[in-house]
Design a protein around this ligand. Structure first.
Ligand SMILES: Cc1cc2nc3c(=O)[nH]c(=O)nc-3n(C[C@H](O)[C@H](O)[C@H](O)COP(=O)(O)OP(=O)(O)OC[C@H]3O[C@@H](n4cnc5c(N)ncnc54)[C@H](O)[C@@H]3O)c2cc1C
Length: 320
């Protein structure tokens, strides 16, 4: 099997791809946690990305694709293989349709749509990360998800570049087919929006941003909500009956409610802390490690299972 150095040399020969070795992933995660990747590569070019994947496959090197790193818990040991990011981020509008590269920052897409007087993304203001991962995880907030506006997704399935329409993406709450087929990598997304007044859309987004920045200060080392909320209709009836009606929002019960009942708020393990004001918000208060974070998550899951007989499921993705 080729060594890491040999694979690095091979990757370095691919035009339009930047490669480094022993790259600390803590630099590329909002948690600021994570050991080194053996190899780390970035490109804006589809062909370069495909060539990198094929070089990795031929050398038996495991691959992990990341975006902005805002929803990742990378292990303290890092990743033994190639971490690769697709950074293409161009945005263009054609009437009510927007085409955007998977590497665009989601907030830039929201600003672009608002500025062009195109309604449909304004409530996604302030969700960190890139467009590709937003589609992968069907990101959303304030009762809306990106899937409502996606009309086409261009992706690489490991063999070919394909395009799926909305129904083929099989979107659900914080889910899509791309989450179940992790080897499928999103390159480009098309969205269909509705004409509206730019000023009105910008005002909605600014209001949301203000609230969000208070809840999640931009410098906070976190992943937003650690656990997925529950759909009321999917909970066992006895558990659903125990939840006060006022807690239910848009058919969902916040995971935070269950976590709060088991004493999560303010819990701490080493440098990792549960926010005192939000039971589903865990952050790195300084020198926290991935193992502390995982241990704290496991303890919270254990407590909720013991008390309610249900499993809180991570929204965050693990690497390494
Ligand atoms: C403060 C804060 C608040 C947040 N609030 C919300 C919220 O309100 N709503 C919400 O939905 N999320 C929220 N999140 C979570 C996060 O913003 C989203 O999950 C976001 O979409 C992750 O984007 P990213 O680019 O950082 O992805 P990463 O964290 O880098 O990756 C996440 C996953 O996406 C996959 N991925 C990345 N790029 C691609 C691609 N091109 N093709 C296929 N798969 C890919 C990765 O393999 C990984 O499994 C919040 C996070 C933070 C830190």
């Amino acid at each position: 099997m080729p060594t890491t150095e040999e694979t690095q040399t091979r990757l370095a020969e691919i035009p339009n791809l930047t490669v480094s070795a022993h790259t600390p992933l803590s630099r590329y995660t909002r948690f600021g946690i994570g050991g080194p990747a053996d190899l780390f590569a970035e490109t804006r070019d589809e062909q370069a990305f495909i060539a990198a994947l094929s070089a990795a496959r031929e050398s038996g090197t495991p691959v992990c694709v990341t975006g902005g790193g805002t929803n990742l818990i990378v292990s303290d040991q890092g990743f033994r293989g190639l971490v690769v990011r697709f950074c293409e981020s161009t945005l263009c509008a054609d009437g009510p349709r927007i085409q955007v590269g998977a590497g665009a920052v989601l907030q830039d897409l929201v600003d672009f749509a608002n500025h062009h007087g195109l309604k449909g993304l304004e409530t996604l203001a302030g969700i960190p990360g890139w467009v590709g991962a937003a589609v992968y995880g069907n990101a959303g907030a304030y009762g809306h998800s990106i899937s409502e506006r996606v009309t086409a997704v261009r992706f690489f399935d490991g063999e070919d570049v394909r395009v799926f329409d909305n129904s083929q993406c099989d979107f659900r709450y914080r889910e899509s087919i791309f989450k179940r087929r992790k080897e499928w990598i999103i390159f480009r997304v098309e969205l269909l929006l509705e004409p509206a007044g730019a000023a009105e859309l910008e005002e909605i987004s600014a209001g949301i941003l203000k609230v969000r920045n208070e809840k999640f200060p931009p410098t906070m080392k976190c992943a937003g909500s650690i656990f997925k909320n529950f759909l009321l209709r999917e909970l066992p009836p006895a558990v659903a009956a125990a939840v006060p009606a006022a807690v239910v929002r848009e058919g969902k019960i916040p995971a935070a409610w269950f976590l709060e009942q088991v004493g999560a708020k303010g819990m701490q393990l080493g440098g990792i802390q549960v926010a005192a004001y939000h039971a589903n918000l865990i952050y790195n208060a300084g020198q926290g490690t991935a193992s502390e974070l995982r241990e704290l998550i496991a303890e919270l899951k254990r407590r909720v299972r013991e008390r309610f007989g249900i499993d809180v499921e991570e929204e965050v993705q693990y690497v390494g």
